[in-house]
Structures are given as C-alpha cells and as structure tokens.
Design a protein. Structure first.
Length: 396
C-alpha cells in the first residue's frame, strides 16, 4: 500500500488580487498534476492543498480566492479580521492546516510568484528522503537572486543573511549548514515539529509578527532537532503589486536574531557558568590575600582555592544547572567530591600547559599564558565536565 501524505501550501496574502488567482490556477493545473507517485522522482502519494491566509485585503484578494475555492475543492481561504503581520498569518495558517485540513506537511509560500512553484516537487522529494525541514536557499549552487536586483539590494541580502547566521548559530554546525536564514520558502513536518510549536500568535509568543518570524521558526525548528536540508531557490522578481516589507524590517530582523540567541538555553547557561567562574576567581583572590595575613605558605593557596571550588559548586548547582539540580546529602557529597576531582583536573591542565608555555616562549608573559590557557583550555574543559559528568542529564 502506498503512503498518503497531505501537504498544505500556506500562502499569506495582503493586496495580492492581481497575483493570487493566477497562483492558485498555476498550482492546481501545472504544479500539482506533476506531484504524482512514479511521475518524476516522487514515490509517495501526495494530497496537495492550498490555504490562503488573507489579511482582510482591501483590494479584493479574498473575493478572488473565494471564487477559486468554489472551483477547486483543495483550495481554502482563511480570512483574518485584520492585517496582523506575515508571521501571525503563518501561525494562524498552520493551526488551520493541522486542525481542519489534516496537514502532514506545511509549506510557507509567497503569493506573488517570487517562489517558483517548480521548487515544490523538489522539496517533497527531500521530504520523501526523510528530511523534516526543507528550505529554499538562494545562496547554494543552483539558487539565485533576481537578475534585476542592483548591487545595493544584493549586498543587503547577502550581508544581512550572513549577520543573522552568525548571530544565531556561530560557531555551531548550523552556522555552516544554514546558508539562507531569511528565505521565505520552506516545508516543515507537522508530526514532532509544527504540532509541538506554540501556534498562539497573540501575546508575546512571537518576537515579531512581521518578517523576522522566519528566523524564529527556523531557530525553533532546528532546536527541536529537525533533519534539515536546503534545495536551490531561484528567487524571481515580483509578478505584480508591491512588496510589503518596510524599511524598519532589517532592524527588526537583526533584533530578533539577537534575542533568539540571547534567550537560548545554551547561551543562558554558558553566561551563568562564566559569571560563576568569575565570582570564583574574585573569591579566590580575596581569600588568598586574607589568609596570607595569618597563615604560612602554601596554605593560603590551598584554602582559598577550596573556598572558590565550594562557591563554584554551590552557585552552579543553584543557578547555572538549576534544571539538573543535585539534591540530597549523599548525592551532594558524592557530586562535590567529583567536582573537586574535576577541578584538580583543571589544575593539572593549567600546570602542564603553563610550564610548557614558559619552556617554549620564555617566562616573560605569564599573565598572557594564563589567560590563553583559561579561555581555550580550562573553560572548555570545565564546561564539558560540568555538562557531561557533574550535572549530566539523567536519560530515561
Ligand atoms: N496575511 C498577510 N499579512 N500576508 C502578508 C502580510 C501580512 O501582514 N505581509 C506580507 N504578506 C504576504 C504578501 O502578500 C506575500 O504573499 C507574502 O506575504 C510575502 O510578502 P512580500 O511583501 O512579497 O515579501 P517580499 O517579497 O518583500 O519578501 C520575500 O523575500 C524575503 C527574502 O528576501 C518573502 O519571501 C520573505 O518571506 C523573504 O524572507
Ligand atoms: Mn514578495
């Protein structure tokens, strides 16, 4: 028996009366008939639907869609009470597609022919290969920007895309894998991804209801562990009408990228870890000086280090790794002992590499060696030990 999947092409529209009728006709008569098992490269049966989410356009876009919906029973119109932004329109559309149209996959697709309908079957093919999230990229081989774009537009698109990538993902693998973070052409698996998303567009769930939504959905979907692939997108010039992107959009997208990275669990944890380490350093220095007033060498070093270790363990347990907090006297004692061992490991690293540096480059720049060793060796070592050993997530 062949598998039957439903894919819903969600198209948000605002004043697209001159485009949307043609788009629906094109999809239904030219694109969908080719999306058939055994035709082309596809092997599964696809039930293709169209959902237009119209921001109550004054130009009669809704009327055009209504007419098409009478003609094609796979074509649906969701009219918003007002223009709430493209991001809000997509969340409303996703919800409708899942609840009412049985969607297994949802497409994000523009109504103005800038996204070539011919890319849809290529994306479905990637889905059939097992990907959860397939996006059209203008930056990979075979993809392109419109021929008519001047230097300035290309520059802003390239530069903006790179900055967004950098802020959101550097230095992790998605920085290298996501070449076109601001693309608007995507398909996402519902099961395990869109159905786990908060689709309530009201309130502050979206960092922006405008074009920056795409960065947020991208970030969230990848965070959920979606198997992800890019296919080439030849981004065309608009067929008719005008772009709804406003001048402030670039700033908005930049803001969204920063907030996504800032509020990310990993970032928050890492910042807390750094803060705790810094507090530990200060405590170490204060007690070193204090103990030196009444204790003999080497004890001020030993005791001040241990106090810093106690501080680091306590603060990390109560704050940084709060979600994996260690409770109970026997667990605490065991883990505290482990933590001391791990800290001893850091001291060994510091000793070996500090001595080595002095041997190789001379004894002159001790403070520089120390800084380099801490940043590049001790911090990564501690971070790894804390995450993988001390506060390791208990797996079920
Ligand atoms: N319902 C609704 N509400 N639809 C909207 C709204 C809104 O507030 N704003 C825009 N749309 C619809 C448009 O009518 C169009 O069908 C689609 O969303 C894309 O909007 P455009 O105004 O055509 O955007 P663009 O062409 O400037 O931007 C495109 O390129 C960007 C990358 O450079 C889009 O594909 C973006 O998604 C993409 O990031
Ligand atoms: Mn457009």
């Amino acid at each position: 028996m062949k598998q039957q999947n439903t894919a819903v092409i969600v198209i948000p529209t605002y004043n697209e009366a001159d485009n949307i009728g043609k788009m629906i006709e094109y999809l239904n008569t030219k694109t969908f008939p080719n999306i058939v098992a055994k035709k082309g490269d596809l092997t599964q049966n696809w039930d293709m639907k169209i959902l237009v989410v119209d921001g109550n356009s004054p130009d009669g876009t809704g009327k055009v869609v209504e007419k098409e919906a009478k003609k094609y029973n796979n074509t649906f119109l969701l009219t918003e009470t007002s223009k709430d932004g493209i991001g809000a329109a997509y969340l409303k559309g996703f919800k409708y597609a899942i609840d009412k149209l049985n969607a297994d996959f949802v497409f994000e697709f523009d109504g103005d022919f800038q996204h070539p309908p011919e890319t849809i079957p290529l994306m479905l093919k990637a889905i059939e290969e097992g990907y959860d999230y397939v996006i059209g990229s203008r930056k990979i081989k075979g993809g392109s920007n419109p021929k008519g774009w001047g230097f300035k537009r290309v520059f802003f698109s390239e530069f903006g895309g790179f900055v967004a990538r950098f802020i959101m993902f550097f230095p992790f693998k998605n920085f290298f894998k996501v070449t076109d973070p601001t693309t608007g052409l995507k398909v996402t698996r519902v099961k395990g991804f869109v159905d786990k998303m908060d689709l309530d567009w009201k309130g502050d769930r979206l960092l922006t209801k405008s074009f920056g939504y795409k960065l947020q959905l991208l970030f969230e979907t990848l965070k959920m562990g979606a198997k992800f692939k890019e296919v080439p997108l030849n981004f065309h010039v608009r067929n008719a009408g005008e772009s709804k992107i406003e001048a402030k959009t670039a700033k908005d997208i930049f803001r969204v990228a920063i907030l996504l990275r800032w509020y990310d669990d990993f970032t928050q944890k890492f910042l807390k870890f750094g803060t705790v380490g810094f507090i530990g350093f200060i405590i170490n220095a204060i007690f070193l000086n204090l103990f030196s007033t009444f204790l003999n060498k080497p004890w001020p070093w030993t005791f001040s280090a241990e106090i810093a270790i106690i501080s680091n363990f306590t603060l990390n347990n109560l704050w940084t790794f709060r979600s994996q907090q260690i409770f109970g006297p026997s667990r605490l004692i065991k883990k505290f002992f482990q933590f001391n061992l791990s800290s001893a490991g850091a001291i060994v690293i510091q000793t070996i590499f500090g001595t080595l540096a002095e041997y190789l480059f001379g004894p002159g720049n001790k403070t520089l060696y120390l800084a380099v060793i801490i940043v590049f060796l001790v911090l990564p070592y501690n971070w790894t030990m804390y995450n993988l050993v001390i506060w390791k997530n208990k797996k079920k």
